[in-house]
Design a protein around this ligand. Structure first.
Ligand code: EPU
Length: 420
């Protein structure tokens, strides 16, 4: 198992490019199931989660591969017989495998998908996905740990989500594009990745309006065609790199970003004293002499993203003052806190709130990653800590960051990957 070894204390400088967005790539790859033929995607990040989604698609009988030479290109071919089933062995390694449920039932009239269990950050039920599919006329049964959904022909309907859910919105949207008639989805997630999926579906011939707002309207069509598309940049990876600049006392331009997708983070970094400027299709973050503590409350987009909470907590652990960080999306997303304690951070958890008292410095230590964004947070803290920090269980990091250690070493960090 690999680990990341960091010797802290280098201020990062230079330019780095954000990769394609994991959380857009996953539903978009699943959406290839909706058309016969081969879809081609560019700017697909080379991540463990994307590899898993390609495997899920191959298990069903699709030709789903990453190009050996142009490694940002993936093709998914749906030509011939499909077994509409996502097995436990794959879903247990990645919950987002559940994104095949909507496309399968819409296109093949049947889906058998292992029910995802809880994960480290929370229980994460999929009741809203199922509620939406039922509203479109799918019969849903749970047997032997599998969700079985059937429908001869889905019919448009009204879906009012009780909870705002990103993949739930995406799953139901992918089902509704081939339903007969009009679907109105209310209380939808407004994340840029939902909008991006709708963009791809519309390129395939779907008729979706309102994606990116809380009401999405879809006129069902009879068939979709394959598509060619370049995936939008990853706002969370880009945000993590901006925080790397801030925590190390550096000055970094992150290229290939969509600044308006990152407003909530940019606002908080400015409030903390950083100078943020839009430059050449990128965002530059220049750290101040001393960071100031800011409060953070995670909410659905366009609010502050839960996927940046752990990274901001690392930053606040060395800022001047006290920061109150409230996590409102997932019930157990503070697992980085005990590990940050090992580096000398002063953080107290009260329910879904963490109170972070900024300390002057951190001191390197061996730490363990517990989930994807927690691992990023520990690497960021390691960049700032005096001495050596070893972050183990890096497989969490590899699920969602493309060669993060190489990007950081390109900016001057003393960081390397080692076989543990
Ligand atoms: N929820 C329900 N019922 C449902 C669905 C969700 O109660 O049917 C609850 C969840 O338990 C959670 C809240 O609603 O408390 C929001 O969950 P959501 O469904 O929006 O999360 P998700 O779709 O499973 C995606 C991202 C996550 C990101 C969240 C929130 C993908 C593949 N994953 O998950 O990304 O944290 O939205 O923005 O898009 C990550 O990249 O590190 C990651 C965890």
């Amino acid at each position: 198992m690999d680990k990341i070894v960091i010797k802290g204390g280098q201020a990062l400088h230079g330019e780095v490019q954000a990769s394609g967005a994991k959380n857009a790539a996953l539903p978009i790859l699943a959406s290839a199931l909706l058309a016969d033929g081969t879809s081609t995607y560019r700017n697909v990040p080379d991540l463990a989660d994307v590899t898993t989604m390609l495997k899920v698609l191959r298990t069903m009988g699709c030709d789903a591969e990453r190009d050996a030479e142009k490694t940002d290109v993936c093709q998914v071919g749906v030509n011939g017989h499909i077994t509409p089933e996502a097995p436990y062995e794959l879903v247990k390694t990645m919950r987002a495998s559940v994104l095949v449920l909507g496309p399968l039932v819409a296109r093949f009239g049947r889906a058998r998908v292992s029910m995802p269990g809880g994960c480290a950050i929370g229980a994460r039920p999929i009741d809203q996905h199922l509620k939406g599919l039922k509203a479109l006329g799918a019969d849903i049964h749970l047997t032997e740990g599998y969700v079985e959904a059937t429908a001869k022909q889905l019919k448009g309907g009204t879906v009012n989500f009780d909870v705002i859910t990103v993949t739930g919105t995406e799953n139901v949207m992918m089902a509704a594009v081939l339903a007969r008639g009009r679907t109105v989805m209310e209380n939808c997630a407004r994340e840029p990745e939902v909008e991006e999926l709708a963009r791809v579906l519309n390129k395939m011939g779907a008729r979706i309006e309102g994606a990116g707002t809380s009401i999405i309207t879809i006129e069902g069509v009879d068939a979709l065609k394959p598509v060619e598309h370049a995936i939008l940049p990853d706002r969370i990876e880009a945000g993590t790199l901006l925080v790397a600049a801030a925590i190390s006392g550096g000055d970094v331009l992150v290229k290939h970003v969509v600044p308006e997708h990152m407003d909530a983070l940019v606002e908080k970094l400015r409030e903390a004293g950083c100078t943020l400027t839009a430059e050449n299709g990128g965002l530059r973050c220049k750290a101040p002499d001393r960071l100031t503590s800011v409060n953070i409350t995670t909410t659905e987009h366009p609010g502050f993203p839960t996927d940046m909470q752990a990274q901001l907590m690392a930053l606040m652990s060395v800022s001047q003052g006290t920061s109150v960080i409230s996590e409102n999306i997932f019930e157990n997303r503070f697992m980085h806190v005990p590990e940050l304690h090992r580096l000398g951070a002063d953080i107290t958890i009260q329910g879904h709130t963490a109170v972070v008292k900024g300390v002057k410095g951190l001191s390197g230590a061996p730490v363990m990653a517990t989930d994807l964004r927690a691992s990023a947070s520990l690497i960021l803290a390691g960049l700032r800590a005096e001495g050596r920090t070893d972050v183990s269980r890096v497989y969490h990091l590899d699920r969602g960051y493309e060669r993060l250690e190489r990007k950081l070493s390109g900016l001057g960090a003393d960081i390397r990957r080692e076989k543990a």
